[in-house]
Design a protein around this ligand. Structure first.
Ligand SMILES: C[S@@+](CC[C@H](N)C(=O)[O-])C[C@H]1O[C@@H](n2cnc3c(N)ncnc32)[C@H](O)[C@@H]1O
Length: 223
């Protein structure tokens, strides 16, 4: 399957899908930071990358600076940036047969619609809290894969300053490994199953014409 992880520099979700043997690509305006030797990464605007292949599944992590409730006190001074952020988010809603858009709790719940689900890292093996909304198109809800105790906000685990070339905000935005793995494990079989059904669906005209043939001609051959 062709999978695009839009707005991802860490390669976390991309590599989870590649480990399952699929053609997964990430895309970000900044370079890949995964350390993988030949990363499947497009360094460009994600809106362009949407046209690079026929994507079966797109998982998008659009920037949340002007959308998340945590930045609400600055909203009034950045109306234009917010409009652009909303527009960018909306580019992904039906960009592929199956889509997941990920963002923190924020204005998209009212500007677009309520998310299909809100997940936490502690549901996927990381003892931390960071409410993350998922808007899903033709994908099932993600099941908690490993619920753990000991929950503190992620901010406590990140020291300030640049580390490995990444700012604290960038490091905090990296998708949790457990969530990436759950997406690949749970959504790939689902998407593959439906891709097969759709292929079968293309044979429908044949079975339809076979039905028509049976109705129209078989009686003549019968008795
Ligand atoms: C919230 S972070 C997501 C990080 C991601 N979870 C990861 O693990 O790498 C949003 C990302 O969107 C990227 N971005 C911003 N505008 C973009 C655009 N037009 N096209 C592609 N990526 C963009 C930013 O550089 C940033 O890395």
């Amino acid at each position: 399957m062709n999978v695009l992880i839009a707005c991802e520099f860490s390669g976390t979700v991309r590599e989870a899908f590649r480990r399952h043997g699929h053609s997964a690509w990430s895309c970000d305006i900044i370079p890949d930071s995964s350390g993988v030797k030949f990363p499947s990464h497009y360094q460009c605007d994600a809106r362009k990358a949407l046209n690079f292949k026929s994507w079966d599944l797109v998982i998008a992590h659009p920037p949340c600076t002007h959308l998340a409730v945590s930045g609400a006190r600055w909203f009034k001074d950045h109306r234009e940036e917010q409009e652009k952020a909303i527009e960018f988010f909306m580019e992904f809603i039906d960009c592929a047969p199956r889509v997941c858009i990920e963002n923190p709790i924020g204005i998209m719940s009212t500007k677009y619609r309520k998310p299909d689900q809100i997940i936490q890292p502690w549901m996927f093996g990381h003892p931390e809290t960071k409410a993350t909304c998922l808007w899903l198109r033709k994908l099932p809800l993600l099941h908690p894969s490993n619920v753990v105790e000991g929950r503190s906000p992620r901010i406590h685990h990140e020291s300030p300053g640049i580390k490995n070339g990444l700012t604290r905000a960038q490091r905090r935005s990296i998708t949790y490994q457990g969530i990436a793995e759950a997406m690949a494990q749970q959504w790939l079989p689902f998407a593959e199953h439906w891709a097969k059904i759709t292929q079968l669906g293309t044979r429908n005209p044949i079975s339809q014409s076979w039905k028509r043939w049976k109705i129209n001609y078989l009686p003549a051959f019968g008795r």
